[in-house]
Design a protein around this ligand. Sequence first.
Ligand code: GTP
Ligand code: MG
Ligand code: NA
Length: 345
Amino acid sequence: VAQSDGDLRSPICCILGHVDVGKTLLLDKIRQTNVQAGEAGGITQQIGATFFPAEVIEQKTASFSSRDRINVKVPGLLIIDTPGHESFTNLRSRGSSLCNIAVLVVDIMHGLEPQTLESLQLLREQKTSFIVALNKIDRMYGWRAQPNGAFCSSFQAQPAATQSEFATRVADIITQFAEQGLNAELYYENRDKRKVVSLVPVSAVTGEGIPDLLSLLVGLAQKHMAKRLTYQSMPECTVLEVKVTEGAGTTADVVLTNGMLYQGDRIVLCGLDGAIATTVRALWTPQPMRELRVKSEYVHHKSIKAAMGIRISAPNLQKVVPGSRVLVVGPGDSEEAMMEEAMRD
Ligand code: GTP
Ligand code: MG
Ligand code: NA
């Protein structure tokens, strides 16, 4: 289907936060996958990308409130998972530079930690709107889980002592945000969502608060629609990783943030020993709700529209530098000029 400027594209949302706050497990809970369990040492070491179609988001937010039921107007959400370990600052920076909106995950038992502050700094530098997920609410003493429910109904079912522990922890976290110069409120008490950061209590283990989190996220995305999410035909694409795929040689995992990619496109990339010009042999995506970085049954495409995480097969990708841009050679473009441009980043 031909696409024109002015259509909406899927917003890109980045998940950021300190190591082990539960970023990957939250996505696992929404996807019904086990990516976190398969990670070496339970530590994320790459940027991930998962596409969530609009229908799935509508279905997963239905229990939030029929009155506030959200009308999803974007094709879906492309969610980027990032590592929280301190040694991966470059990957957090790369992930956050691709996104339109973000979720900053905080462990409610630990409050703000060093990479929370680093992530906040990135979001501020890039002027990215974000919400805060206060994860691991199920770890509070005496918590009675109401699996997959909206937070407010779960909260009402808690013993008084647990409710009061929650209030104390949230007040502490609000103070910690204030120390960073940020006003934060529980989302259901937040009357000025433009100026005050919303805190969404969740559990990646019980699924509580996930309907609330997804509703807020789509609300935030759609608010930014007109400004930043208008589809543009000029392709914009960034390399996440270069890896060997069984039966396909060296492939590149990329995020297409705008425009379209076609099988047969000439592309130019930054390489370790100079620019690389090559031809796209095949384009694959994982199934919806599956992680790009995890081996699965990939779907083959003749063309793909942004925003999407894509695995590209093409000759000579071995020396491509992760993080570099993919330049698509258009009709009338000079490949040589683009090769110079690719090496300037
Ligand atoms: P990195 O990507 O390595 O920074 O970690 P992460 O933020 O993705 O956290 P991860 O999903 O790896 O979870 C870390 C640990 O916390 C795992 O042992 C999870 O089982 C546990 N965990 C995550 N979320 C929750 C939660 O909501 N409740 C409880 N009780 N445990 C959780
Ligand atoms: Mg992780
Ligand atoms: Na982890």
